[in-house]
Design a protein around this ligand. Structure first.
Ligand code: 5GP
Ligand code: MN
Length: 340
């Protein structure tokens, strides 16, 4: 399914790279992994196990939201921030490295150099624009909803649909659901729904997974959401822009945990006539910026040109090294002036 848009040669190469089951495989996702990064990584992990691989590790550069911890295989994920020594050893010893949901080693943060240095065969499977060099095989398609969907397409194109268990299907489904805002964007393609239909056919309970992902707020997270919308949301109607800013103090007040602000930026985009939404979050050494947009407003370019970041046309992120106040001032000036 979807083989027409996947180049057959690349699928053949991937297939040949997966022939030797004795090799050591490292699956790596991007920093601050989201549902698609974890879903595609654990989906691929499950698939390789089904194929008979014995030495597979899943590595993430940093931790991730607890609403993703239910995914089958989650307990096997190694966080490079918590366990740098072992993760570096795994990368150095790997024969094959599969990078999922990112388009350049820099997105693996502290693992950038170790990945570059590794002599392993390196594969990228991703859907972000402008994949970077340094990989032996790149399977990249920006028209696909999610890396999880692309992983399914690859598995199917290799003739391995029958290896997809319910557990693998759950991971891939989670990746598709989270990267499409529950089928509300980036999925206006019948193939995505056909793949989802197949995953449901494997035993996925969509309603149940939806609750695991979206309806397990802690009280603190829910109150942080309320506070952000009532106290920290600013609207610039003439620039069709709305943004939320959260200082360290704000986050501490609500005992912020990893993932608590996931999805928050989308609320700003739900205001009528708003086309650009941003979330600024104060971290230890920088301000993390998240951007979302509708239509042709290109936040990938905004993030690349002004925030040392990147992403997709309608969803991107980056960093500002100014203070929170200066960051907001610069952002307001930028959107008022227009950044194209
Ligand atoms: P979020 O705003 O949820 O962190 O990320 C939205 C999108 O932008 C994701 O596709 C993510 O991979 C990308 N993104 C977020 N932060 C960065 C960054 O610092 N650099 C790059 N290149 N992409 C980012
Ligand atoms: Mn993705």
């Amino acid at each position: 399914m979807g083989i027409d848009i996947l180049e057959k040669e690349r699928i053949k190469k991937l297939q040949s790279l997966l022939e030797n089951k004795e090799q050591r495989v490292a699956i790596v996702a991007h920093t601050n992994p989201d549902g698609d990064a974890i879903g595609s990584s654990l989906g691929f992990y499950g698939y390789l196990k089904q194929k008979g691989f014995h030495h597979i590790d899943v590595i993430v550069p940093s931790g991730y939201a607890s609403f993703l911890h239910w995914m089958p295989g989650n307990d096997d994920v190694r966080n490079a921030t918590d366990d740098p020594e072992n993760t570096l050893k795994i990368i150095a010893q790997a024969n094959l490295i599969i990078c999922l949901d990112f388009n350049g080693f820099g997105r693996a943060e502290q693992l950038e150099k170790p990945l570059q240095k590794s002599t392993a065969v390196k594969v990228m499977i991703d859907h972000h624009p402008d994949p970077e060099d340094g990989f032996d095989l790149v399977i990249s398609d920006t028209s696909v909803s999610s890396t999880a969907e692309l992983v399914y397409r690859c598995i199917d194109a290799m003739g391995d649909d029958t290896l997809v268990t319910r557990e693998i299907a759950e991971c891939l489904y989670a990746g598709i659901v989270t990267d499409t805002g529950s089928f509300s964007y980036a999925c206006n393609n019948p193939v995505t729904y056909e793949i989802v239909a197949r995953l449901i056919g494997k035993g996925v309970d969509g309603a149940y997974l939806h609750r695991l992902i979206y309806s397990t707020y802690t009280e603190n997270r829910m109150r942080l959401l309320g506070y952000s919308l009532s106290e920290k949301l600013q609207v610039i109607p003439e620039a069709h822009t709305a943004f939320i800013s959260l200082t360290k103090k704000d986050l501490e007040r609500f005992h912020h945990r990893e993932g608590d602000t996931e999805g928050l930026v989308n609320y700003a985009l739900d205001i009528k006539d708003i086309r650009l939404a941003a979330l600024f979050m104060e971290k230890e050494d920088y301000v993390k910026a998240s951007f979302r947009s509708v239509g042709k407003m290109d936040v990938n370019r905004l993030a690349r040109n002004y925030y040392n970041g990147g992403g997709h046309v309608n969803a991107a992120g980056g960093k500002s090294y100014l203070s929170m106040n200066d960051t907001l001032e610069a952002f307001i000036a930028l959107v008022k002036k227009g950044f194209d």
